[in-house]
Write a protein that binds this ligand. Structure first.
Ligand code: PLP
Length: 445
């Protein structure tokens, strides 16, 4: 079959039989789906020989490139050994080793790992675990949760209840539990002349006031440390996390770090919360942990939380399970990913890469319609001044024409490339972004 024909047939069949995520399917009457035939490194290839630089790591999951030889080899070896066994009553080497290594990455402070398959489930687990801890500790009235304004924690009903992004939440509002939102420390919201640090401190005072009033009924505060991703890569000063940690301690409220996006080196340290020198009570991890290969998530908990469940009474144990909890293949992909972090000194190399990208992006940062150019670790974002309500879609299309996969969030364009991106690929990314910008907003406001 000619590749062009294959291409057309696949996208027709996909639009008919596959219900795509976060998509108004009718849009695909005009906007064709992109059938991908294969991928390698930072590149996705279609059936017609066109290629696209995966500058958003396929929804923030890929770390070391597509078809990574080392992860492939680890998975092949695991396939020959054990693909999966239920984790209730059974255990296996990959899940034990992964739990030990994740514990070590937190300096042993979060030494108990509970597994699921996606980020939203990890958030559900952390919320249930926090409530159940308080119930087991004689405080069953602690049933509410606090999150930051504009936060994103996933789209299942519990996770959506602590999410504050209108697009995802409004339609389903009648199905959700009420939760409280406190001011986001996003430095773009600071008053004129107010520093990110001063603004973070002001927001922490507001959190303190909220907890002073509501702590008796509050189980936990859940935050995306340092970067609120899905609302448009809002970045904030680590002082907020230090102050939030101390407020949670004073008022007897858990601090849940949702590191589903910020974990695995994305913000420059392995976990984002390290940059504030704090330890959360519960930590949610997913996305990059398998290098973008297989669905896996984990919730890491302190001894103190774990011990509150350890009892003769079954109902005091944590009541949660998924069929694929602790899947051996996914754990093996995660171990191969952690091996690469160690063997290649990835965090140090990423610093050099980030410097190169920041230098290459100077023309972009100075572009007259670009505001708030920002970077932390391997995340870059900027806001585009335009009144075009279709900017995001038009920019996405223009970027594809320049061999780039970019999906702006409203007017915010962001880069979250795989860590294996090379300097010449960074040059292509910046040149293509400038060209797409010129095509979509060039000279127009
Ligand atoms: C992506 C994300 C989630 C949800 O993870 P899924 O695997 O998509 O369910 C939760 N929290 C944050 C911060 C995320 O970025």
């Amino acid at each position: 079959m000619a590749t062009g024909t294959h291409n057309t047939q696949l996208l027709t069949r996909s639009a008919a039989a596959v219900w795509h995520p976060c998509t108004q399917m009718k849009l695909h009457e005009q906007l064709p789906l992109l059938p991908i035939a294969r991928a390698s490194g930072v590149w996705l290839y279609d059936f017609d020989g066109r290629r696209y630089l995966d500058a958003i790591s396929s929804w923030w999951v890929n770390l070391f490139g597509h078809a990574n030889a080392r992860i492939n080899a680890a998975l092949s070896a695991q396939l020959a050994q054990l693909e999966h066994v239920m984790l209730a009553g059974f255990t296996h080497e990959p899940v034990v080793e992964l739990s030990e290594r994740l514990s070590a990455l937190t300096g042993g402070k979060l030494g108990h790992a509970f597994y699921a398959s996606d980020g939203a489930s990890a958030v559900e687990i952390a919320l249930k675990m926090s409530f159940h801890y308080w119930k087991n500790s004689g405080q069953p009235q602690k049933t509410s949760f606090v999150s930051l304004a504009h936060s994103y924690h996933g789209e299942t009903l519990g996770a959506l209840s602590v999410t504050d992004v209108a697009l995802f939440k409004d339609t389903y509002a009648p199905l959700l539990r009420a939760s409280a939102q406190v001011a986001s420390p996003d430095w773009r919201l600071a008053a004129p002349g107010e520093s990110p640090l001063a603004y973070a401190t002001r927001c922490a005072d507001a959190l303190d006031a909220h907890l002073a009033q509501h702590h008796a009924k509050t189980a936990s505060l859940i935050v995306e440390p340092l970067v609120q991703g899905a609302c448009g890569m809002a970045m904030y000063d680590p002082e907020y996390l230090r102050r939030a940690r101390s407020a949670c301690d004073r008022y007897g409220v858990h601090l849940i770090a949702d590191e589903i996006m910020t974990g695995c080196g994305r913000t420059g340290s392995f976990f984002a919360h390290e940059q504030a020198n704090i330890t959360p009570d519960l930590l949610c991890l997913s996305k990059g942990i398998t290098g973008g290969y297989l669905p896996l998530s984990a919730v890491l908990a302190t001894d103190k939380i774990y011990t509150a469940f350890y009892d003769d009474e079954p109902a005091r144990g944590f009541l949660h399970s998924h069929s694929y909890t602790g899947n051996a293949l996914a754990c093996r992909a995660a171990l191969a990913t952690l091996d690469i972090f160690e063997e290649d000194q990835v965090l140090a190399r990423n610093q050099v890469k980030a410097q190169y990208l920041n230098r290459a992006a100077q023309a972009l940062a100075r572009h007259p319609q670009v505001k708030n150019f920002r970077n932390i670790g391997m995340i870059w974002a900027f806001d585009v001044e335009t009144s075009d309500p279709e900017f995001s879609r038009r920019f996405h299309q223009a970027a594809l024409a320049h061999e780039l996969l970019l999906r702006p969030i409203a007017n915010t364009v962001y880069f979250m490339p795989p860590y294996v991106i090379e300097d010449h690929e960074i040059d292509l990314l910046i040149a293509g972004t400038l060209a797409a910008l010129e095509q979509t907003v060039g000279g127009r406001l």
